[in-house]
Every structure is written in structure tokens, then in C-alpha cells.
Design a protein around this ligand. Structure first.
Ligand code: ZN
Ligand code: ZN
Length: 74
């Protein structure tokens, strides 16, 4: 049985978008359900701003590469 990983009407996922780096809903963090900035790349992938910064080299900060796209995890 296949699981739907992103369902727009899922009531338990307030934002419906997962951070592709830590796999948590972007509405939540390891800190709990505190709000934090969300980064959305041009391709549509969403990340916690903090997660994206953690894996982005300083010289690419203005144009961060998309990890899921690079890995083909679309
Ligand atoms: Zn994250
Ligand atoms: Zn992407």
C-alpha cells in the first residue's frame, strides 16, 4: 500500500509542506511548534530557512542549490 506523503487536506499537518532536509512539516521544528521562517525555492521545494542555511555554503547563500532536485527526490 502506498502512503500519500503530502496530502493537501491532511488535518494533522498544518502547512502541508515538509522540509526536505529534516523531513518535518515546515510549520514545526525540533524546537516544537514555534513559528520560524520558511524558505521556498523557485522549484517549489520548501525548507526551514535554518535547515537550508545549514547545508548551503556561504558563497551560494544567495542562490542555494536544491538538494531534493539534485538528488532526484522529486
Ligand atoms: Zn527542516
Ligand atoms: Zn527542488
Amino acid at each position: 500500500m502506498r502512503r500519500l506523503l503530502s496530502h493537501p487536506n491532511a488535518t494533522s499537518k498544518p502547512s502541508g509542506h515538509k522540509c526536505f532536509l529534516c523531513k518535518r512539516d515546515v510549520a514545526f521544528t525540533s524546537e516544537g511548534d514555534v513559528f520560524q521562517p520558511v524558505a521556498v525555492l523557485p522549484c517549489g521545494h520548501t525548507f526551514h530557512d535554518q535547515c537550508l542555511q545549514n547545508i548551503t555554503p556561504d558563497d551560494q547563500a544567495k542562490d542555494p542549490p536544491c538538494i531534493p532536485c539534485a538528488l532526484g527526490e522529486n
